[in-house]
Design a protein around this ligand. Structure first.
Ligand SMILES: Cc1cc2nc3c(=O)[nH]c(=O)nc-3n(C[C@H](O)[C@H](O)[C@H](O)COP(=O)(O)O)c2cc1C
Length: 205
């Protein structure tokens, strides 16, 4: 093991999980927040925070990262069009970062239904009411939409068809751990396709 806690031979999804678990104990808020990047049709990058809801350590491609959003949002359109995403997690308390680049697919099955059902009723109704990323005339208009869907959908709203998950299957994962005098530790897992084995390299800081 490297002194940064990175096992060079280990499953990178397991390392990411371990680091996130450690951050849950030290970060004041949202340790699972990631800055998610996409590109628009002109190739102009776009980035925003979302909450990482699952790190899968098994499955197709050996593992994946999952978050939830509105498919009609800017990110929803951009991810669907390019099929690619990148994100970074940074934990100030631990002085660590994880960078991921990969291919995206929608998660619209039972995991999306289960996560939607686990949210508070207000959040579930909010997902119905918000046309995320579209212009809104006033806060009052949004609250009126919430009242409308509350009356329409009742106490057990189904998951909206325009709301669900994205699963990111990485072709690259890099772990960065702070070192003294900026001599940081960096380890990068790369593969050409999901079917290839990972290549692991230590990088200059
Ligand atoms: C800490 C934090 C967590 C967020 N989590 C999510 C999330 O999980 N899903 C989501 O759709 N938006 C989330 N947002 C809002 C997004 O940053 C963004 O404003 C919204 O998704 C619209 O982005 P878009 O127009 O690029 O699609 C979060 C914002 C912050 C600051």
């Amino acid at each position: 093991m490297d002194r940064s806690g990175i096992f060079a031979g280990e499953n990178p999804f397991a390392i990411a999980r371990t680091w996130l678990t450690e951050a849950e104990a030290t970060e004041p808020n949202d340790p699972n927040a990631i800055a998610l990047a996409s590109v628009d049709p002109d190739g102009l990058p776009n980035v925003r925070m979302v909450l990482l809801k699952d790190i899968e350590t098994e499955g197709e491609g050996g593992g994946a990262f999952v978050f939830y959003t509105n498919y009609g949002s800017a990110k929803g359109h951009e991810l669907a069009a390019s099929g690619k995403a990148a994100f970074v997690m940074h934990w100030k308390s631990l002085r660590r970062q994880v960078r991921v680049r990969g291919l995206v697919t929608r998660e619209e099955g039972p995991p999306a239904d289960a996560y939607y059902a686990s949210r508070s009723l207000q959040s579930r109704l909010g997902a119905w009411a918000s046309r995320q990323s579209e212009p809104l005339s006033s806060r009052g208009a949004l609250m009126a939409e919430v009242a409308k869907v509350t009356a329409l959908k009742g106490p057990n709203p189904p998951r909206p068809p325009f709301w669900g998950g994205f699963r990111i299957r990485p072709v690259e994962i890099e772990f960065w751990a702070d070192g003294a005098f900026r001599l940081h530790d960096r380890f990068r897992w790369t593969r050409e396709t999901m079917a290839d084995p990972w290549k692991i390299a230590r990088l200059n800081p």
